[in-house]
Design a protein around this ligand. Structure first.
Ligand code: ATR
Length: 291
């Protein structure tokens, strides 16, 4: 047997399976750190690698996954939508989201999932908050907003309001929710008043406002003072504490940052592939995962 040693006791042998990320660019992904740590912790003989795939090569990449019997994959920008054309089956919520970020190879059948919104929901639940029967406002109506809206509707949120600069994109998401779930929906523009916020339990920023290097931007008026206790979430993870989360803290509100969603979407993918629910706490102890 031809063995290669990586690090101390990380052996690759003839039975080693491969999991991979398909995207472009992929160099700065945290996924290899997370999944290789988890494979090692749970004694799963598998390695995770990133592949930089051009748009024109996506179909070939999928054929390679099948031919090489790669049993697990993540998909990232710019392939999350186009990949759906090449899969054998797609999970119901991923179909409603219209994008796939996780693939399981089930004996040659490639099944697509989307764990982004589930990662967000699990982050909220981990923090001890409920989604069921809650009133939620989402700022932004891009891909991330859509995955979060579908999953919080799937978790029986009572009311989902989507606020976006381009109202048609917000309506597109609420139409999907109306047709498939029981949550009450509403759309509006991005100018948020104190009264709007007093009517909700959870506020989520999915716009790119506040992302490095534009760290001073935020999606609401920072002079708003709020008495009601709401959970304020930002999916932006760079910087770790955005201006939006600082505004929440100035108002003594509980906050959830984007890194939790990032980790939880990976943990959900790991669960889909392996059936193992990983220990979230373990990851926070691993030096190279201290984001
Ligand atoms: P993602 O896939 O991460 O959700 P996206 O699809 O590019 O990213 O969505 C980005 C979101 O940020 C959109 O809702 C966008 O608003 P528009 O739909 O009107 O473009 C929002 N956004 C980006 N820059 C913004 C700005 N300067 N002001 C308000 N909203 C902004």
């Amino acid at each position: 047997m031809y063995n290669v040693t990586i690090g101390d006791d990380n052996m690759i042998n003839g039975s080693t399976k491969l999991a991979c990320l398909i995207g472009q660019p992929v160099e700065h992904s945290f996924s290899p750190n997370i999944h290789n740590c988890l494979f090692e912790k749970y004694n799963i003989n598998s390695k995770y690698m990133c592949f930089d795939v051009d748009k024109d090569s996506l179909k070939d990449a999928i054929m390679a996954i099948k031919a090489l019997k790669i049993n697990a994959a993540n998909v990232t920008i710019p392939h999350k939508v186009d990949i759906m054309n090449y899969l054998d089956d797609i999970d119901t919520n991923a179909r409603l989201i219209g994008a796939v970020n996780t693939i399981k190879n089930d004996n040659g059948k490639l099944i697509g999932y989307n764990t982004d919104g589930i990662g967000f929901v699990n982050s909220v639940l981990d923090k001890g908050y409920e989604i069921k029967d809650k009133k939620v406002m989402i700022l932004g109506a891009g891909g991330a907003a859509r995955s979060i809206a579908v999953e919080i509707a799937s978790n029986n949120a009572k009311f989902i309001e989507i606020r976006n600069r381009s109202i048609d994109k917000a309506q597109n998401i609420t139409n999907t929710i109306k047709e498939n779930f029981k949550s009450i929906v509403k759309t509006g523009d991005i100018s948020i008043s104190k009264e709007d916020l007093e009517n909700i339990d959870i506020l989520i920023n999915t716009t790119s406002l506040g992302m490095s290097p534009d760290v001073d931007k935020l999606p609401i008026d920072k002079t708003i003072k709020l008495d009601k206790e709401i959970l304020v979430c930002d999916i932006v993870y760079n910087p770790k504490e955005t201006r939006f989360l600082k505004w929440a803290k100035e108002n003594n509100l509980d906050t959830l940052g984007g890194i939790d969603m990032l980790i939880n979407q990976a943990l959900e993918a790991f669960y889909i592939w392996t059936g193992v629910r990983p220990d979230r706490e373990y990851l926070s102890q691993v030096e190279e995962l201290r984001f």
